[in-house]
Design a protein around this ligand. Structure first.
Ligand SMILES: NC(=O)c1ccc[n+]([C@@H]2O[C@H](COP(=O)([O-])OP(=O)(O)OC[C@H]3O[C@@H](n4cnc5c(N)ncnc54)[C@H](OP(=O)(O)O)[C@@H]3O)[C@@H](O)[C@H]2O)c1
Length: 245
């Protein structure tokens, strides 16, 4: 496969980190973005291979200037962007009646607006290149709603809508592929930030009865989408734990 220049947001842990590890094995050039620079540095050390080129960029995706500089630095270093993996996301679940409006704002800022900021920076570059691939990490929560996740689901339904809209507007016209990756329950840090202790405990209990997906399982799906030939656009990959509902 041709070596690509790939930006991964949320690369400091979980699915983003596993994706960086998987894609570095293919010798792609990777740009790793997240807020925790120490984690990105540690990951970079792990990834150094003979033919891989790694750039790290401290990025808060809710800050538009950070995202502008992320993409600009990628172009300065590598001269192109083949793939943007919009993976950064948060899931501070709570019931609507708790009224955690700040958490709702944060989910909308990271999961939706952050994703859009990235898209806005790479689209003109990909149009100019007449090639590109935008991969949005959505969720099973982008396909069905469950209690305590109304706002999280709303963001992921939104991610799916944006993904399909992008495909309709850009794919045929500019040779830009667009993919939604929709994982089910995956073992990462995501659940550890749930502020409601009871919801957090329920997740932990579920982990005792269901074998959760590994972050590397999702990384494999992302690698699959990226490695298809030019005429194949993998538009959606939904992955459940085998024992999950
Ligand atoms: N785990 C699951 O069960 C599951 C299921 C379906 C979908 N997903 C989706 O998968 C994606 C990755 O999550 P994960 O499960 O791998 O969880 P994770 O381990 O918590 O990783 C989330 C990543 O997002 C980054 N992030 C959070 N806020 C950010 C911000 N403002 N700016 C930049 N980066 C930010 C974090 O980095 P910093 O904190 O260093 O910024 C971290 O690298 C998310 O979109 C999530 O919704 C996960």
């Amino acid at each position: 496969m041709k070596k690509k220049v790939i930006i991964i947001t949320g690369a400091s842990s979980g699915i983003g980190e596993a994706t960086a590890i998987r894609l570095s094995k293919e010798g792609h050039s990777l740009v790793l973005a997240a807020r925790r620079e120490d984690k990105l540095l540690a990951l970079k050390e792990k990834l150094i291979t003979e033919d891989s080129n790694i750039l790290i960029h401290k990025t808060d995706v809710t800050n538009r200037n950070d995202v502008i500089s992320l993409v600009k630095n990628t172009i300065d270093r590598f001269g192109k962007v083949d793939v943007l993996i919009n993976n950064a996301g948060i899931m501070p679940l709570s019931s609507i009646e708790e009224g955690r409006v700040e958490d709702w704002d944060k989910m909308i800022d990271v999961n939706l607006k952050g994703l859009l900021y990235g898209i806005n920076e790479v689209v003109p570059i990909m149009i100019e290149q007449n090639s590109g691939h935008i991969i949005n990490v959505s969720s099973v929560a982008g396909r069905r709603v469950f209690p305590t996740a109304a706002v999280y689901c709303a963001t992921k339904f939104g991610v799916n809508a944006i993904t399909e809209g992008l495909r309709q507007e850009l794919s045929a016209k500019y040779n830009i592929k667009v993919t939604a990756i929709e994982p089910g329950a995956t073992k990462t840090e995501l659940q550890s930030h749930i502020p409601n202790e009871e919801i957090k405990k329920n997740f932990a209990k579920r982990m005792e009865t269901v074998t959760f997906l590994e972050a590397s399982d999702i990384a494999e799906a992302i690698h699959y989408a990226i490695s298809q030939p030019k005429h194949v656009n993998v538009t959606e990959i939904l992955i459940h734990p085998t024992e999950g509902p």
